[in-house]
Write a protein that binds this ligand. Structure first.
Ligand SMILES: Nc1ncnc2c1ncn2[C@@H]1O[C@H](COP(=O)(O)OP(=O)(O)OP(=O)(O)O)[C@@H](O)[C@H]1O
Length: 283
C-alpha cells in the first residue's frame, strides 16, 4: 500500500469532546487517485497535514510507502495546501525563475517546463506583483516539478481558471498512471472531476463515513444501489445533504456535539472558511 492509516484520532486542543479526527483507518493502493468529499470542518485538511508529517499524533500507525510518517519520515511525499500563498516569503520581490531555481528547478527542467506551459507561468514574473491565482500557479509548478510518490492536495486548485485546472488534472492523472504516483485530493469543486479519481471517500465530523471506494462505482460496490452511474458532483451533493441533515438532527436532539462543534468552528475557522472570508463574496 502507498498509504496505510490505522486508528488515527486527533484533537487540535486537549480534552475536546469532538476531535477533528475520530478513529480513522484506511489504505490507499499505489497509483490510486482519491478525492475526499466532506463539508467545511470535516477534518480533511487536518488529515492531509498529519499524513504530510506536519502534525504529530500519538497512538496511530501511519505509513507511507511502508515507512512510519513520524519515526522514519518517508521521502517522496509532496503536500500542497492553501496556506503557502499567504507566506510573506513567497510574496517578496523575487523573480519566478530565481525562485524555482533556488528550490532545484534546474534539476527537473523537462518536467518544470511542461508545468510552466500547462500552468501558463511566466519565468519573468515578480512574486510580489502577481495575482493570488498566478501565485497559486507558481506554487503548483514549484510543488509538482520534483517527482513524488505520494501527492497530498488540499484544495489548491480552487483559484485556478477552469482551463488551467482541466489541463492540470490531465497532467496529474497521466503522471500518476505513468509513474504509479498516489494522489489524495481534498476539494469542494466537483465539476470536471468525473474522470480524475480512481477512488472517492467521504469525511464528516472527523469520521471517514465512506472509506476510499472504487470510482467509477463498480456493479458490486455497496455504493452502487444508491448512486449507480451518478456523476461525482451528484454523489458529493447527496453526501453533503446527508451531512447537513445529520448535523441538524443532532442539533434538534440537543446532543453535546451541537455546542462543541459550533464553538470550535467559530473560534477557529477551517481553511475554506478563511479562504472565502478573505475574498468576501458578500458584495
Ligand atoms: N489550528 C486549529 N486549532 C484548533 N482547531 C482547528 C484548527 N484547525 C482546524 N481546526 C478545527 O478542526 C476541525 C477540522 O478542520 P479542517 O480544517 O481539518 O476541516 P476541513 O474538512 O479541511 O474543512 P474545509 O473544507 O473548510 O477546509 C474543524 O472543526 C476546525 O474548526
Amino acid at each position: 500500500m502507498a498509504v496505510s492509516v490505522r486508528s488515527l484520532s486527533y484533537a487540535h486542543k486537549p480534552n475536546t469532546e469532538t476531535p477533528a479526527l475520530d478513529d480513522i483507518s484506511f489504505d490507499l493502493p499505489r497509483g490510486s487517485r482519491t478525492v475526499i468529499v466532506g463539508p467545511n470542518g470535516a477534518g480533511k485538511s487536518t488529515l492531509l497535514q498529519i499524513l504530510a508529517g506536519k502534525r504529530l499524533v500519538n497512538g496511530a500507525d501511519i505509513r507511507i510507502m511502508g515507512r512510519d510518517v513520524f519515526r522514519d519520515s518517508p521521502p517522496g511525499v509532496t503536500f500542497l495546501g492553501t496556506e503557502w500563498a499567504m507566506n510573506p516569503v513567497v510574496r517578496g520581490d523575487i523573480v519566478v525563475s530565481h525562485f524555482l531555481d533556488s528550490v532545484g528547478g534546474y534539476r527537473h527542467k523537462e518536467r518544470r517546463d511542461q508545468l510552466l506551459d500547462i500552468l501558463d507561468v511566466d519565468l519573468d514574473w515578480h512574486m510580489h506583483n502577481i495575482s493570488d491565482g498566478e501565485r497559486r500557479r507558481v506554487q503548483l509548478v514549484f510543488g509538482l516539478m520534483v517527482p513524488y510518490d505520494v501527492l497530498l492536495l488540499d484544495e489548491v486548485t480552487v483559484d485556478l481558471d477552469v482551463l488551467v485546472r482541466d489541463d492540470l488534472l490531465r497532467f496529474l492523472k497521466r503522471d500518476s498512471e505513468e509513474r504509479g504516483a498516489t494522489i489524495l485530493y481534498a476539494t469542494h469543486i466537483f465539476d470536471g472531476l468525473n474522470h480524475f479519481p480512481t477512488h472517492i471517500a467521504h469525511m464528516s465530523f472527523g469520521r471517514l463515513v465512506t472509506p476510499p471506494s472504487a470510482w467509477p462505482i463498480p456493479a458490486d460496490s455497496p455504493l452502487n444501489a444508491q448512486f449507480g452511474s451518478s456523476t461525482l458532483y451528484a454523489v458529493a451533493l447527496q453526501w453533503l445533504k446527508e451531512d447537513r441533515e445529520y448535523r441538524r438532527e443532532l442539533e434538534r436532539q440537543g446532543r453535546k456535539l451541537r455546542g462543541a462543534r459550533r464553538d470550535q468552528v467559530t473560534a477557529v475557522p477551517s481553511d475554506s472558511e478563511t479562504f472565502y472570508r478573505k475574498y468576501d463574496y458578500s458584495h
